[in-house]
Design a protein around this ligand. Sequence first.
Ligand SMILES: Nc1ncnc2c1ncn2[C@@H]1O[C@H](COP(=O)(O)OP(=O)(O)OP(=O)(O)O)[C@@H](O)[C@H]1O
Length: 230
Amino acid sequence: MIKARNIIKSYQNGESRFQVLKDISLDIEDNDFVVILGASGSGKSTFLNVISGLERPDSGKVFYDGKDITALSDNELTSFRKENVGFIFQQYYLLPNMSVDKNVKMGADLANNKDYKNVIRAVGLGEKLHKYPSELSGGEQQRVSIARALAKRPRVLFLDEPTGALDEQTGRQVLDYICKLQKEYGFTIVMVTHNLNIAEMANTVIKMNSGKISEIYTNEAQKTAYEIGW
Ligand SMILES: Nc1ncnc2c1ncn2[C@@H]1O[C@H](COP(=O)(O)OP(=O)(O)OP(=O)(O)O)[C@@H](O)[C@H]1O
């Protein structure tokens, strides 16, 4: 379980300091599918970065099964991220001079996962092992980044607008893969989006407004990627 407690984070903005996260506390259960919704600038990405250990809060703590990751040194935090969390962003951040196979192997090597080719097959790219990113569509590139993130079998997958650069059909397909992979491998999903429709796929929906959580609710039923509006 992830527990965030009293998270405060500010950025310097010229002369003044701007508080982006204003004392946020939250619990996230293992294997949950959480969507964080909110208007642009409400602090969603900053909160994701803090609970995933990418950024440090000014104050407050983040616990994974009782272990306080905000107390770790920079090196310890890097190891923690390597071992426990995967990231997917709107941009794919693939290495252009490496094949699909090599891009995913990089993720797999972090956890000594010799079985990474199964993850490539699981995202439907078994036939494209030797292609380079420039030879793939946007949806295929995003699926490579998903395979790379999951090849090390993280316990939490953090996604920040994963379909932001994709058209409707490709976006639905990518979301469908993410759900299927969660069922197959078992991991927690924490996804930031401003797309209200995608929230219908989640179990837990967290709404943010001006650096605070304004609402948390559980969906009675989770829709599939092909049942939601777009
Ligand atoms: N590194 C930074 N330095 C300065 N200000 C920042 C930094 N990162 C974020 N901010 C500011 O913090 C506020 C919240 O940003 P954040 O990206 O967390 O919001 P968001 O809800 O994810 O927005 P969006 O949906 O547009 O991505 C914004 O006003 C942003 O300009």
